[in-house]
Structure formats: structure tokens, C-alpha cells
Write a protein that binds this ligand. Structure first.
Ligand code: LAN
Length: 743
């Protein structure tokens, strides 16, 4: 793209938004090209990851592109070929050599964290309505990404990169393209529109789509089911009070309710005027929006609204809002909601919990504080933390990164493979340890009770300390990595015993009455709350649940801690572990499997559950339960020796094969079976032979199918898993059976 065209997009975005005139669409050729990928750099500032496009040759010279940058961008790496690996340890060494080149300056690993296709729209609509200039290289790369991820057959987009096209994905990403300057006459846009119209147009979108379209001014608020901030005024004892909801739901509901109450809509621009015609199958003026609150295409309707919720919505629209909601109530509700929004911003330094409430909080601040306020400026800056550039263009990550999570796993995998003592990896591991040292959360949030936050002192977040939300398994995995590494001679003991105990103290507050562990908090409400699930596209979102994954991580962290600190809260820890293991046993299905919520699906959960039970000595030889779990896994092994499970398992709750075996899932299954001490080596050998056979000449594995999931329906990528889990599985195999030749 020419510099001239680039600056045009920039000035279009600026002028259109400033004057509220709308972006004059630039021609397709102009946005349909790539930027110069050799000019992108990832900056990692104590875990804060942002991408920068260097405009001048001087800048390029002063800031060379790293191997990690090149890898993420799909540029040639020019790394020498490694000697082909025949044994598990040689293979693990090769991949570690590759992975070590991807370590980022502060010591962490990073990667794209894409998958969901509903995140960029929230960001780009927010940019548009808050009149935030969109840098030209960003616009170029976002459109390139969305075109790359458009369904080649029907022209639409789905909920996530592998999903079938839906109204949510298609309407929202269509809007993104148009905001970024793609012409409605582009053949691919014509096709996308065709798909959208085939699905009945944007009136058939789910709740969140209707919300964003109303904010943009291309739908009427009458079509949006109520999001009453008034709920925040309910006393805490009320069973449905929002503080009891799963944190991701309540932190999204919070700014959403504020914006809904304000009925904020961006004034019409030439672009939005056009969109009003493009998104529907009938003229805009003729649409009865109030009759579309509950219209939804079957493709988007994973969790249909219950009769109860529809009745409540009806009463809110027809009785509460017009007759009972006084000005006093409105004001109090909005004030309190905004107070909580400010607390979230303060507690996270505007990073916010995730990629949905980040843009929404930005919008709420824009409405409340104004365009020139500190809060809006800081938000605008922070929103960049969610963006990522890869070979296909720019996407929005599911969090502000995977820093702590992946780093903890790398450390543990290397230790498991017996490679941590090798001086070759000392510097890499020391830096990783320093990262975890820096990222431990050292204090609770101010007035934690008032903002309903969980204790967090001593914890680790999934991404960074700035985001600052403890997650039971993120804290546990980091804690294990630190304890294990700090005990190996040659590594500094940066993290004191006191700080390890802080982590334990926090973990001990995170157990549910059932014995299981959830993600961010304990379960605060009843499962009946799912009757009020208004976001039709997701399942099991209203409250925290017990998860075998989170429970296992916590159990094993507690065990490891007690091994080294036998006197600290030992009785309590024993009790907590006991109850947790009872939950793991209870959660096993009759066929021997466990349902996984954060990775796909039975394979992922099986690995964790078997690790839990192994930690208390349950194995194939002494436990019928473990034998059943092994039989389940073995029954799914594919003819090439690998495992391959489709994401459909997560949606349906029934094990579904992928067409092809997957390296990551094969390693998960092998790890589980080895934890179980499966006596038969043959299936493991066959599996790992397949894995090593697919290894690339630089030690890498290629990306296969998507690995992770949330809320049953939305998949999310964990690209580093294809390096981490082979190291662990191959290392475990060599430890148990010797470093045999596999190939
Ligand atoms: C994550 C990512 C990590 C994940 C594990 C640590 C793997 C898990 O064991 C516990 C739950 C957790 C922390 C998790 C929760 C939900 C997240 C944050 C995500 C799957 C990444 C993206 C997702 C978030 C909800 C996406 C935004 C979408 C909404 C519906 C608000």
C-alpha cells in the first residue's frame, strides 16, 4: 500500500469521526493489501505486549526484528536445521531449542491468542463512536485478517475461527470492514451480505450484536433486551444479585448496563446511514425493532432464552421501565454502576478483565467523562494490549496475553523432561523465573469487598499482574513452576517463603463447598441462574462451576507445597485436598471420562483428572476408576497412533472425533495415560512416534486445529501448547521407559 493511501485511511478515520461524517470508503485495492510485515515489532514491557509499525528506515535500523517477531509474522527465520530426532529426549531438546528463540525480553512467552470472532467488532465500534483515530497499518491488517478468516464458501464469519457462519460473526465483522473503509461493492462483501441476508439480516443477531449495533446507530435500542443497571442496587442477599455472577458476565454486564441505561447511540453518519440499508433485508424505516428483541437465527441460538427470562424482559420493557423506574432509581443505578466501572479501571490500570469489558468500559468513560478525559486517553492506549499481528493480519486476543500461563507451563515441562539441570537452558529458565517473580500479585485490591473482588495477594493472573485477577489454576501452575525451579541448584530463590505462603493463603480461599475449584472465584450463586443467561451464544456462563482442570492444578500445587513446607497450614491443606479429590472422583462420567471446559475437551480434562488421582497414588494397577479412564482414552486412539478430538465435543458433551489426529491432544492423552501408569507401553510409543514424525526441521510443530474453549461454544487458540505438551509428554516417556529410539 502506498504511503499516500495509508495516510488517507488515517485521515479518513480522523476526519470522519471528528466531523461525524462517516468514513468515505476508500477503494478496495487500498485496504486490501498487506503492510510491510518486516516493519512490525512486538514490544514486551514487563509483560505488557503491544505491536508497533515502524514508519521510517531509521526506526527499522534502530529496532531490529527478533526471531520471535518473525515467527509470529510468518516470515522466514533462517534457523539452521537441527539433527533429526530419533529419541524422545532428542525431540524434546530440538523443540526446546526452537522455543527458547521465542522467549521474549522480560522472560515470558507470548503468542497470538485468537479464535473468538466477536472481539474485534467491539473494539472497532468503540474506536468509531469514541472518535479514536485508527492507525492506517492497523486498519490494513485488521481487514486483511478478516478477509483471510472469511468462510470461503458462504462468505460469512462465525463465532470463532472454525465455526459455521452466524449472524453474530457475519453482521459484526461486516460492520468492522465497512468502518475500516472496505467498499460494499467488494465482491467478498457482497457475498458476506448475501450470507447475512440468508440468515435473516441483523435483526436475527444475538443480544450482544444488537447491543453493539445500537451503539453504532445502525439498530434501534428497542431491539435490545434489557440490561438494567438497576440490578446493581439489589441487596447482596438476593439470590440473583450480580455480584454472584461469573466474573466475565458481571464485568461485561456492568458497562453494558451503563451504556444501555444511557441509550447511547452515535449520531448518524453517511457510513452508518448506508449500513442501515446493508444489514437488513427490508428498508430500515419499515422494521418494527421492538418486535425483534427475541428474534434470533438458529445458528446463533445455542442457549435459547428461557420462558422465565423472556417474561422478565417483557415486564422490564412494558412495566418497569415506563412506569416504575423513577428518575431517582435511574440515577442511583447509573452512578453506582459507573463507580464500579471506575474501580475496575483503577484495579487494572485500565487493562480491564478482558477484551469485551475493555472496549465497553472505554465507551462508558467516554459517555461519562468525555472524549478528552484521562480515563478515555488511558483506555485508548490500553486497548492496544489486546491486538496481535500474525501472518494473516491483525486480530484481537482473548485476553491481554498468555504470559504467565504459558511461562509456568514451559518451566514445568522442561523440569519434567529432566532438562532444567542442563546449563544450556539455565539463562532461559532464570529469565522465566524472573518473570514470574515480577508478575506475582503482591496486594489485594483497594476495598476488595466493595467491588466484590476475590482475595488475590500472592496470586498470579493468567496474563499479567496489571490485569491482576487471580485464577485458581494460574496461581497453582505458577506456584509449582516457582517451587520446582527454585529448588534446583543454580537457580536464584527470588520468591521468598512468605510470598509462596501468600499464594497458598489465597488458594485456600478459592475452594467451593463441593470440594472443587472454579476459575476466578468461588461459586457465589445457584445453577438456576442459567435461566437468566441472556447471551444466547454461550452456555454455562452465569456462575462459576467446579472444573477438573482448575481443581487438579490446585491439588497438585498444594501437594508440592506441603512436601517442601510440611508445617504450614498442613491440616487444612490435607482437608482441602481430600474434598477436592472427592469432587474429581464424583465428576467422572460412567464411561470413565471427564468433561473439560477450557481445552478440547474430554482429552484435556482426562489428562488433568488422572494427574490429580495419581498424586494420591491411584493408578491403573490399584484403581478401577483409573482403568475405566484409561479404557476411555484408549478407545479413542486413532489408527495412526494419535488422538484427535473435535471442538464439537465441547458443544454437545459427547466425544466427537476430529478428522485428523492432533499433536497437542495426542500429548495430553499420553500424559494422562502415563500419570495413570498404564502398564502397556505400545500405545504410547505409537502415539509419540506419530508426534515426533511430524516435528519440523527446526524443532517446531506446525499449527493444527484449535486447542482451547470457553463457555462451551467458543474456541480459542493456544499456539504454544504444540511446543509445551510434547516436551512434557516426551520427557515423561523417557523417564518411564527410557530414551528409546522411536523412529
Ligand atoms: C480464559 C483463559 C484461561 C483460562 C484457564 C486458565 C485455561 C482456565 O483453566 C480457567 C479460565 C481461564 C482463565 C479463562 C476464562 C475465560 C476467558 C478469559 C479465557 C477462556 C480466555 C478468554 C475468555 C473470556 C471470557 C473471553 C471474553 C468473552 C466473554 C464471553 C466475556
Amino acid at each position: 500500500m502506498t504511503r499516500q493511501a495509508q495516510s488517507r485511511i488515517k485521515s479518513n478515520a480522523k476526519s470522519s469521526t471528528k466531523t461525524a461524517n462517516g468514513a468515505t470508503a476508500v477503494t478496495v485495492d487500498e485496504v486490501d493489501q498487506s503492510t510491510d510485515l518486516r516493519r512490525w515489532r512486538l514490544l514486551d514491557d514487563r509483560g505488557r505486549q503491544t505491536w508497533h509499525y515502524l514508519e521510517t528506515d531509521e526506526e527499522v535500523k534502530g529496532w531490529p526484528q527478533s526471531t520471535a517477531d518473525k515467527y509470529f509474522l510468518g516470515l522466514p527465520l533462517n534457523l539452521p536445521d537441527l539433527p533429526p530426532a530419533k529419541t524422545p529426549l532428542a525431540s524434546a531438546k530440538n523443540v526446546l531449542s526452537f522455543l527458547s528463540k521465542l522467549q521474549l525480553a522480560p522472560g515470558n512467552w507470548g503468542c497470538e491468542y485468537g479464535g473468538p470472532m466477536f472481539l474485534l467488532p467491539g473494539l472497532v465500534v468503540t474506536w468509531y463512536v469514541t472518535e479514536t483515530p485508527i492507525p492506517a497499518p492497523f486498519a490494513t491488517e485488521i481487514t486483511r485478517y478478516l478477509f483471510a478468516r472469511q468462510n470461503p464458501k458462504d462468505g460469512g464469519w462465525g463465532l470463532h475461527i472454525e465455526a459455521e457462519s452466524s449472524v453474530f460473526g457475519t453482521a459484526m465483522n461486516y460492520v468492522v470492514m465497512r468502518i475500516l473503509g472496505v467498499s460494499e461493492e467488494d465482491q467478498r462483501m457482497v457475498k458476506a451480505r448475501g450470507m447475512l441476508h440468508q440468515l435473516g439480516g441483523a435483526v436475527n443477531g444475538p443480544h450482544w450484536a444488537k447491543f453493539w449495533l445500537s451503539v453504532l446507530g445502525v439498530m434501534e435500542w428497542d431491539a435490545v433486551n434489557p440490561v438494567p443497571p438497576d440490578l446493581w442496587l439489589l441487596p447482596d442477599w438476593v439470590p440473583i444479585a450480580p455480584w454472584r455472577w461469573w466474573i466475565h458476565m458481571r464485568q461485561v454486564f456492568l458497562p453494558m448496563s451503563f451504556v444501555y441505561s444511557k441509550k447511547f447511540s452515535y449520531p448518524l453518519t453517511p457510513l452508518t446511514r448506508r449500513l442501515r440499508e446493508e444489514l437488513y433485508i427490508q428498508p430500515y424505516a419499515s422494521i418494527q425493532f421492538h418486535s425483534h428483541r427475541n428474534t434470533i437465527s438458529p445458528r446463533d441460538n445455542y442457549h435459547p432464552k428461557t420462558a422465565l427470562l423472556r417474561t422478565i424482559n417483557w415486564a422490564l420493557v412494558n412495566i418497569w421501565n415506563p412506569y416504575l423506574r423513577t428518575e431517582y432509581i435511574r440515577k442511583r443505578a447509573e452512578d453506582w454502576a459507573f463507580d464500579l466501572i471506575q474501580r475496575e479501571d483503577e484495579n487494572t490500570d485500565f487493562a480491564d478483565l478482558g477484551p469485551v469489558n475493555g472496549p465497553m468500559n472505554t465507551l462508558a468513560c467516554y459517555i461519562h467523562d468525555g472524549a478528552e478525559s484521562y480515563s478515555v486517553k488511558r483506555h485508548r492506549d490500553r486497548l492496544h494490549d489486546f491486538l496481535w499481528v500474525k501472518s494473516e493480519g491483525m486480530l484481537m486476543n482473548g485476553t491481554n496475553g498468555v504470559q504467565t500461563w504459558d511461562t509456568s507451563f514451559v518451566i514445568q515441562a522442561v523440569i519434567e523432561a529432566g532438562m532444567a539441570e542442563d546449563p544450556k537452558w539455565r539463562e532461559m529458565l532464570t529469565k522465566a523465573l524472573e518473570f514470574l517473580d515480577d508478575q506475582q500479585i503482591r496486594e489485594n485490591v483497594r476495598e476488595q469487598q466493595i467491588c466484590y473482588r476475590q482475595q488475590r495477594k500472592g496470586a498470579w493472573a493468567f496474563s499479567t499482574k496489571a490485569q491482576g485477577y487471580t485464577v485458581s489454576d494460574c496461581t497453582s501452575e505458577a506456584l509449582k513452576a516457582v517451587i520446582l525451579l527454585q529448588r534446583i541448584p543454580g537457580f536464584p530463590a527470588h520468591i521468598s517463603d512468605e510470598r509462596l505462603k501468600d499464594a497458598i493463603d489465597t488458594l485456600l480461599t478459592m475452594q467451593n463447598a463441593s470440594g472443587g475449584f472454579s476459575s476466578y472465584e468461588t461459586q457465589r450463586g445457584s445453577e438456576y441462574m442459567e435461566y437468566l443467561n441472556a447471551a444466547e451464544v454461550f452456555g454455562r456462563i452465569m456462575i462459576e462451576y467446579d472444573y477438573p482442570e482448575c481443581t487438579t492444578a490446585t491439588v497438585t500445587a498444594l501437594s508440592l507445597f506441603t512436601k517442601h513446607y510440611p508445617d504450614y497450614r498442613a491440616k487444612e491443606i490435607a482437608r482441602v485436598k481430600d474434598a477436592a479429590l472427592k469432587y474429581i472422583r464424583r465428576a467422572q462420567r460412567a464411561d470413565g471420562s471427564w468433561y473439560g471446559s477450557w481445552g478440547i475437551c474430554f482429552t484435556y480434562a482426562g489428562m488433568f483428572a488422572l494427574e490429580s488421582l495419581a498424586s494420591v497414588g491411584e493408578s491403573y494397577s490399584n484403581s478401577e476408576r483409573i482403568r475405566r479412564a484409561c479404557e476411555f482414552l484408549l478407545s479413542k486412539q486413532m489408527p495412526d497412533g494419535g488422538w484427535g478430538e473435535s471442538y464439537r465435543s465441547c458443544e454437545t458433551g459427547v466425544y466427537t472425533h476430529h478428522e485428523r489426529s492432533q499433536v497437542v491432544q495426542t500429548c495430553w492423552a499420553c500424559i494422562g495415560l502415563m500419570e495413570a501408569e498404564l502398564p502397556d507401553r505400545a500405545p504410547l510409543e505409537k502415539a509419540l512416534r506419530m508426534v515426533v514424525g511430524r516435528q519440523g526441521s527446526m524443532g517446531q510443530w506446525e499449527q493444527e486445529a484449535i486447542e482451547g474453549v470457553f463457555n462451551k461454544t467458543c474456541m480459542i487458540s493456544y499456539p504454544n501448547y504444540k511446543f509445551i505438551f510434547p516436551i512434557k509428554a516426551l520427557g515423561m516417556f523417557a523417564k518411564r521407559f527410557g530414551n528409546l529410539e522411536l523412529l
